[in-house]
Design a protein around this ligand. Structure first.
Ligand code: F3S
Length: 64
């Protein structure tokens, strides 16, 4: 089971992740992304790779 994490300090609130993978990511009231459900589905990887500031990681390890 993966653990998806959004680094709120890094997130610039571009909203891409929530657009790409709305089952997992949602935009919070603070304008930053949050993980609404831990799901191991393909679009997570896509969102992870698409985030302009690499704020999304799996298992706490940042993928570059
Ligand atoms: Fe933030 Fe990256 Fe998503 S900047 S809104 S975590 S695509």
């Amino acid at each position: 089971m993966v653990r998806i994490v959004v680094d709120k300090n890094a997130c610039i609130g571009c909203g891409l992740c929530a657009t790409i993978c709305s089952e997992v990511f949602a935009m919070g009231k603070d304008g930053k992304a949050m993980v609404k459900a831990q799901k191991d589905i393909p679009c997570v990887k896509e969102a992870l790779e698409s985030c302009p500031v690499s704020a999304i990681s799996e298992d706490g390890t940042k993928k570059k």
